[in-house]
Design a protein around this ligand. Sequence first.
Ligand code: SFD
Ligand code: AMP
Length: 649
Amino acid sequence: MRDFETVEVTTDLLIIGPGMAGSGACVEAAHWAKQNNLTITVVDKAAMERSGAVAMGLSAINQYQGENTPVDYLSYVRQDLMGLCRDDLVMDISRHVNGSVHMFEGYGLPLWKDDQGNYVHEGRWQLMINGESYKAIVAEAGKTAVGIDNLYERVFIVKLLLDKNDKNRVCGAIGFSVRENKIYVFHCKACLVSAGGAVHVFRPRSTGEGLGRAWYPPWNAGSSSYLTTTAGAEMSSQEVVFIPGRYKDGYGPVGAWFLLFKATATSASGVNYMAEGLSEGGELHNWAPYGEVKPIPTCLRNHLMMQKMYSGDGPILIHTDKAIAKLAESAPNEKAYKKELKKLESEAWEDFLDMTISQAVLWASKDVFPEEGPSEIMPSEPYFIGSHSGASGAWTSGPEDLQTAESKSEYFWGYNRMTTVKGLFTAGDGVGNSSHKFSSGSFTEGRIAAKAAVKFCVENPEMPEADPGKIDKLKQDIVTPLEHYDQHHAYTTLGAVKKCYELPVEEVNPNYITPKMAMFRLNKIMDEYVAGWGNQYNCSEMTLNIALQELKRLKEDLSKLAARNLHELMRCWENIHRVQIAEAHTRHKLFREETRWPGYYYRTDFPKLDEKNWADVFVNSVYDEEKDEFQVFTRPKHSLVNIREVVGM
Ligand code: SFD
Ligand code: AMP
């Protein structure tokens, strides 16, 4: 048995995951905590300066309201999610997000400005930034606000702790250092989980030398969902993944190309599939009313692309060359034209260098000149990311002032963004049905949640207490994969290895399973049976039930995970987190008997929208950890605003 020291930390508010939402939470919580003499503790599995989805930077802030109203934004979001979102949550972020963006500028984030000093818009809601250091700038503000001594970096949180007298009250969290033999036990009055979405649940398109490359950051492994679900929180819309259309292999984002550079995409034979879909008699009319209003919903843009690809008219090409030439053509003379061309070319490269460096590297290594020819784009593997164009996450209380008489009893229980577990808050990718908040909206939601969490601490001043027996059991569970390796490594095809990169991972041992093998198994199950790219995003009752059987077997084997060192121990726990969201997702997909988001997934046994039965309900679930059982059910959608009247749908 390797020796592990236990470090105990007691605080009022614990923030798990200082990414975009968590950084916003730090800034806001610090302000309110100071006024109330409360302490805040922050914990990150990585180094906060470059952790989370914005580690590589971003080239745009995707949610800025400007002069638009919250109802304008709501109409866009609800349409994009095929009619399903929580109006109260979306409008709540919308009304506060401008302030967050102005805070970023105050922290020193360079936003593009035109000659008159106005922000440069990528599209109606998006602003261009020089954002390579976006996360570092925002994290610095968060760290300064809470104080560096209150930040624990490189500590992976494994599980939340519940009050020994009230199973529905959070009282802390337990995790381990990924650098030293230390287990951390945090005790708190309230906890905010903002540990991002999930990647590598589905098989990525990247293989071989590119294996592991994904659009979303590989280190977001479903912890928000796992931590809240296993604490007993009600979850929502776990069936709604996000599949981004991206530049092939490097996963470079397309937003700047479509919105700023006004590029068009075509099938291999040159069909502008989006225009075709919108035209009279086109495919989008089959998905009315959502398909008939611009902008075309994200899933339907994918759907049109997939239809071409899978009918043999692929690959899909984005015409970067034509877009650049068109933008430059208004130049008054040859010299100005050349100058403009150079500027556009460098902006094109910067778009990727600011947020997806690998795409720029791939372009360079493959001699791609965006001004000279088109590039391939493709739908990626599915991700869980409630902050972008997906919707999965926890079911949370919303703001009181935005409720109607009908919605209040369902959508409000005291504290904004509190889950159904007392004292447990979430934000960003952690919140369900509050889509299209992106980096700026996640930061804003973190602020909203943190303010409410501090209020909770003030109004619930007693310190809850975890069961010491449960803590001891968790301590043992955490290190079990190391023990498996120590006990059984001699009985292997490879013999004893201490360094994780020393030898390949294809280790065959009848006594244990390595984290990479477990992930490969999960990826295969999800890809083949739960609508991954390998099955052209198709699933049915039969395939989903097969997946549940396979996941059951995988869960049994997870108890045999083995880790050679602390880094692999983290990989083991990441996969345990991933499998939880995989199962929840499969069960939600099975429950919703329709195809509501074509282009994200197709229920081949229910291939159409079913407006009568499914347009006005969210699919929710609660997990009972002791019984290892899910209860899946619906919750009503309450529309606070009649969008159809507003936008004339
Ligand atoms: O256009 C644990 N996003 C974009 N947003 C924009 O506003 N503009 C863009 O240009 C964006 N683009 C984009 C985006 C993301 C990516 C990856 C690319 C391009 C390539 C989306 C935003 O980034 C996203 O919406 C927010 O970052 C979501 O915020 P949040 O806070 O929910 O997640 P996070 O920032 O990833 O932070 C997670 C934190 O949790 C930590 N963590 N800590 C302890 N224990 C555990 N078990 C933990 N598990 C995770 C992480 O380390 C991190 O600190 S575009 O292409 O869409
Ligand atoms: P992306 O780079 O695909 O993540 O997109 C960034 C932003 O631009 C998001 O707000 C997207 O919804 C939006 N966007 C991307 N492509 C399009 C498009 N073709 N039409 C409308 N909006 C888009």
